[in-house]
Design a protein around this ligand. Structure first.
Ligand code: 9YT
Length: 133
């Protein structure tokens, strides 16, 4: 069994800090679970273009506020505690921080390996041989 505290990830290579968000990746591909499991904090007032062409992601909002907008149809969804969204169609979207830091728990299938950051198209690369299922 794997038992970890997210605090153990802080300050390690598995804590990814960008201008818009910080992600603490607690379970990764190497853990063999078939998904990765992260705590992410979206900074207030930020806007991130995301398009997970190679992954499915579910996001559970724990605290704070923000907004997600699906680009294909322009629909906007308010994010706050208890809201869950799932990008079941690899939905291209804008993720916006609100007035307070937005803390979310994210699951990725296939699992991230750990170093991924969004490229210019908002995509995370897919490791060779990995496919979601
Ligand atoms: C909600 C979301 O997709 N935020 C971007 C970072 C991502 N959660 C990650 O890499 O952990």
């Amino acid at each position: 069994m794997i038992v970890r505290n997210v605090n153990e990830i802080e300050g390690t290579v598995d804590e990814i800090i960008t201008a818009n968000w910080t992600s603490r990746r607690v379970l990764l591909a190497r853990d063999g679970m078939g998904f990765s499991f992260h705590e992410t904090v979206i900074l207030p007032g930020t806007e991130t273009h995301i398009h997970y062409r190679n992954h499915l992601e579910a996001v559970w909002c724990i605290e704070g506020d923000g907004e997600v907008e699906t680009i294909a149809d322009g629909r906007k969804y308010t994010l706050g505690p208890g809201v869950v969204y799932a990008l079941d169609d690899h939905d291209e979207h804008w993720l916006r921080g609100g007035r307070e830091p937005l803390r979310v728990i994210c699951v990725f299938n296939p699992p991230l390996t750990g170093r991924e950051v969004h490229d210019a198209r908002g995509v995370y690369p897919l490791p060779a041989g990995a496919e979601h299922g």
